[in-house]
Design a binder for this molecule. Sequence first.
Ligand code: HEC
Length: 118
Amino acid sequence: MMVSNPKGVQACFLIWRRVTLAVSLIIAGAMHGRAQDVAAGRHLAETWCAGCHMVAPDATRSPNDAIPSFAAIAQMPSTTMSSLNAFLQSPHPPMPDLKLSRTEISDISAYILSLRPR
Ligand code: HEC
């Protein structure tokens, strides 16, 4: 009695299909959301930060050699989403107090972290 219950097999297959569909929707949604954040963050960074920091990963000339590039910041082991969020929430001279919103801060942080080599 190996293939005793074809209905059961079919139901099982349908449930599996639903699970895989749900999982792929979640992944697609997460990737979509993230891609938007990173793109928005890059735009914000180019607007507000590029005067001092090397923002783009392929930039070759730093506006100021004493200021770390975003790629270099991304590579520091201490850099995390929460360290960036905390850093960007409080002004620190000579960085101007840009009064970034929470969304802007998390977008910029996502952009900086996207520069981390994997
Ligand atoms: C007026 C120049 C200037 C601007 C504009 C500026 N920064 Fe900075 N930033 C600096 C300097 C200088 C440092 C190093 C300060 C220090 O080490 O205390 C720094 C440090 C940082 C660090 C910390 C690096 C570390 O060592 O942990 C981060 C993150 C950062 N900046 C992000 C940003 C972001 C994001 C923006 C745009 C929203 C920005 N900066 C705009 C000058 C600037």
